[in-house]
Design a protein. Structure first.
Length: 146
């Protein structure tokens, strides 16, 4: 897994100042350095982006690679929305949140106590990865009947 924090000097919303910026702990990298590091990390494959409500993630990834032609981007142009996958298999996408009383993490055998639940991007990505791997292996009650 790769995690980068970008240098940014523009305006910041007060909610972001209070809830997001305090979670930043790593050295900040420039946008051009981030593009270089992402390309190195991905390699020659063109993976799909899988994210929970992908519109947010994909918009900013596209913006980061804005100078690249579609064929030169290291990722496939069509992102996969995990919330839509959940909806398609009959799971309320809102039940993805660990604090939701109807969350399905216990059903698929994931202990969410090891993840922060405060919009910490790295933990959000780790949790999504764990859910995706668990569900695609077909080892949970939810996925056995698919």
């Amino acid at each position: 897994m790769m995690y980068l924090e970008l240098k940014y000097s523009g305006p910041v919303d007060s909610w972001v100042k209070k809830h997001i910026i305090p979670t930043f702990k790593n050295p900040k990298v420039s946008r051009s350095k981030a593009v270089q590091l992402i390309k190195q990390f991905i390699g020659k494959d063109k993976p799909y982006l899988v994210s929970y409500v992908n519109q947010y993630d994909f918009i900013y990834l596209q913006k980061l690679f804005e100078s690249q032609k579609i064929k030169n981007k290291p990722f496939f142009w069509m992102p996969i929305d995990f919330a839509s996958i959940l909806f398609g298999i009959g799971i309320n996408p809102e039940a993805y949140f660990p604090k939701d009383k109807e969350n399905f993490f216990k059903e698929i055998g994931i202990d969410t106590s090891k993840f922060k639940h405060t919009h910490y991007a790295l933990d959000d990505a780790r949790l999504l990865r764990e859910v995706y791997l668990r569900m695609t292996k077909g080892t949970s009650k939810i996925t056995k009947n698919l």
